[in-house]
Design a binder for this molecule. Structure first.
Ligand SMILES: Nc1ncnc2c1ncn2[C@@H]1O[C@H](COP(=O)(O)OP(=O)(O)O)[C@@H](O)[C@H]1O
Ligand SMILES: [Mg+2]
Length: 337
């Protein structure tokens, strides 16, 4: 297991003048290099939990460790330089062009001009904004999606150890949003950053997260892979939150690697092979069109990770339907987020 980039130990936050805790005794460990999504309804404490990490909000009690060290022991400015932060409202400086916006933190760190310029070029390429076209533009000359890309580049400028993202694509149209999600996944794979990403969109949480934290009323209801959250919800709340009229659609956002079981030896050389990131929807379709033969799941270097077979998915489907019926009752409304 990788070491913990962030660890909450019974951390709570209560705002002055409020009755309830916004975040209540949360204990969770976030592994270095993982992409964690935080999913929950409005007011469940997602933003508060995130802001406790970079000390925009100080915990009322409990502790938060950043690579093993209590964040209270680090000067706030030092901590924040190590943490990239992207929010929905973007927050680009309107009077600064793209280059100047991205250079904000490197300037604070007194990088020289040459190094800053090279870094801006590199980042604009990473977020898919050709530098020659975009370097000198002002935020008002950019679309919402382009502004959000610049926001992402700015947050990554000084190569932070972790990235916090609070509904960063919330205000962006569906198509652009999908592109940004795909690119963020590619960036994370390439740079292997620890990302904590808040969303109230179940599909977005499933698509992006290696694991998902489900929050409700300041507490964590479940912390698990999207596959386990969908098929083995911890309780009534989680079941209702992730239930969809169309479970097949949800499978588009789950990855093959989350569903594998140990391989049955010997491996059939004729077996169809799919990559670890193939959607479960495609895996299911492939099973349908190949008489339900076992599918082998492999990593990027074609090493076998495990297998998926018809029976196993069938069992899960049966189990899920049963569990959701039991947990929600047939007349129960789904939770809308
Ligand atoms: N600055 C604040 N002062 C007082 N109460 C707050 C403040 N920020 C958030 N809250 C309350 O804390 C709870 C959690 O809020 P928040 O973390 O913003 O939820 P989410 O991001 O999941 O929508 C809510 O009840 C909210 O009203
Ligand atoms: Mg919020």
């Amino acid at each position: 297991m990788n070491k913990a980039a962030i660890k909450f130990v019974k951390a709570s936050k209560k705002f002055n003048g409020t009755k309830d805790y916004a975040v209540s005794e949360v204990s969770v460990s976030i592994e270095e290099g993982s992409f964690i999504t935080i999913l929950g309804t409005s007011g469940s404490g997602k933003t508060t939990l995130l802001k406790m990490i970079n000390r925009i909000y100080e915990a009322s009690s409990g502790e938060i460790l950043f690579f093993g060290e209590s964040i209270k022991k680090l000067p706030v400015e030092k901590l924040r330089v190590k943490i990239g932060y992207v929010i929905q409202q973007i927050g680009l400086f309107p009077h600064m062009n793209v280059e100047e916006n991205i250079a904000t933190v490197p300037k604070i760190l007194h990088w020289n001009k040459q190094k800053i310029s090279e870094r801006v070029e590199e980042l604009l390429n990473i977020v898919n904004l050709p530098p020659d076209t975009f370097r000198k533009r002002y935020p008002r000359q950019l679309s919402g999606g382009q502004q959000q890309r610049v926001g992402l580049a700015r947050a990554m400028a000084a190569d932070p150890e972790i990235m916090l993202m609070d509904e960063p694509f919330g205000a962006i149209d569906a198509i652009t949003r999908q592109n940004l999600q795909d690119e963020l996944l590619k960036i994370q794979k390439k740079l292997n950053k620890t990302i904590v990403f808040v969303t109230h969109d179940v599909n977005e949480a499933f698509k992006l997260g290696d694991k998902v934290i489900v929050m409700n009323k300041g507490k964590i209801e479940q912390f698990d892979t999207p596959y386990n959250i969908l098929f083995t919800p911890a309780n009534n709340f989680v079941a209702r939150l992730v239930t969809s009229d169309d479970t097949l659609q949800r499978l588009k956002f789950l990855r093959a690697e989350q569903a594998i079981i140990p391989i049955e030896l010997p491996i059939n050389n004729q077996a169809i092979r799919v990559g670890r990131e193939e959607s479960l929807y495609n895996v299911l379709t492939t099973l349908l069109f190949n008489d339900g033969k076992t599918i082998i799941v492999e990593d990027d270097n074609h090493n076998v990770l495990g297998q998926i077979d018809w029976k196993q998915l069938q069992l899960k489907f049966g189990q899920e339907n049963q569990e959701i019926k039991e947990k929600t009752g047939d007349n129960c409304d789904k939770i809308s987020v």
